[in-house]
Design a protein around this ligand. Structure first.
Ligand SMILES: [Mg+2]
Length: 290
């Protein structure tokens, strides 16, 4: 419409319009400059807004329910056989789950990182946790309630810190997770001196008294402390083929995790650009012939 009326305008108004258009173009460029490329964008858009992600996660909880049912009735079944004591078949059943991006959905925090142009920090993360606005993953509350109905105790082995345990507990109760018993089932990092970010000690704590029928996580470290380089991770993945989809259930998480840090040797002191360059160089690419 503006373009069609242009010839009728006086020289002065045309000049004014050009100035306005020019300013508008500059503003667009300024906005584009502000919107730095962020590796989180597509992952967060997918996890927060797509039905594909929701359907995928819900499918994983359906699988988990079927596998829990099978594991419940087979007293020889354990997701952590090497950690169980003799006669573990007599122990009460339990499931070990991770919290973040397994049972809990933190996509509003990830979206905050994108919109603010900031990187993850334990300070903003703790502020976010204390706000108690974390959501539940699709199907997670239903799965937790199913387990409770079946007499299966779910232990939440999370790397949220001890200082954030109370806020997390209140948040989870408000979401409908059945965490009302007297027993502490939310096992946070630092709650005991040997409960570090490696989860094995907490898994052992559970496996000593319960038959662990399932493990659920979104990161290799939720299942085993063996992580390391991409090559070592691949070897660990292959060595545990019998577990995947049977008694170890992995949720998708393209936002963050050891898959990312392994690409730059876990060296978080590198700049964002350096880390990005390492990630790009980790990719195997097809090359056109001409
Ligand atoms: Mg997680």
């Amino acid at each position: 419409m503006e373009t069609m009326t242009l010839p009728k305008r006086t020289l002065l108004s045309t000049a004014l319009l050009s100035t306005t258009l020019c300013s508008a173009a500059m503003a667009v460029n300024a906005n584009a400059a502000e919107a730095n490329p962020n590796d989180l964008l597509n992952a967060t858009l997918w996890m927060q807004n797509s039905v594909e992600y929701k359907a995928n996660v819900q499918g994983m909880f359906q699988l988990a329910t079927m596998r829990a049912e099978a594991g419940l009735h087979d007293k020889n079944w354990s997701a952590l056989p090497a950690m169980q004591p003799e006669g573990f078949g007599q122990l009460p059943p339990a499931i070990i789950v991770d919290c973040d991006e397994t049972m809990l959905d933190n996509n509003v925090y990830e979206a905050y990182l994108i919109k603010s142009g900031k990187g993850y920090s334990s300070k903003t993360w703790s502020q976010y946790v204390q706000d108690k606005v974390t959501g539940a993953m699709p199907g997670a509350v239903e799965f937790a309630n199913y387990a409770q109905k079946k007499g299966i105790t779910i232990f939440y082995v999370t790397n949220r810190k001890k200082e954030n345990e109370q806020a997390t507990l209140e948040n989870m109760k408000a979401l409908g997770f059945p965490m009302t018993g007297a027993k502490d089932v939310l096992l946070t990092k630092g709650e005991k001196p040997d409960w570090t970010s490696n989860k094995t000690t907490r898994d052992q704590f559970v496996a000593a008294h319960y038959r662990v029928i399932l493990m659920l996580g979104d990161n290799l470290g939720d299942f085993t402390d063996a992580s390391g380089t991409p090559k070592e991770r691949l070897a660990t993945y292959k060595a545990n083929q019998a577990h995947w989809g049977k008694d170890w259930i992995m949720m998708p998480n393209p936002e963050y995790g050891s898959f990312e840090s392994a690409a730059f040797g876990g060296n978080w002191s590198l700049s964002t650009e350096q880390r990005r360059a390492e990630k790009i160089s980790a990719l195997k690419a097809w090359q056109p012939k001409s």
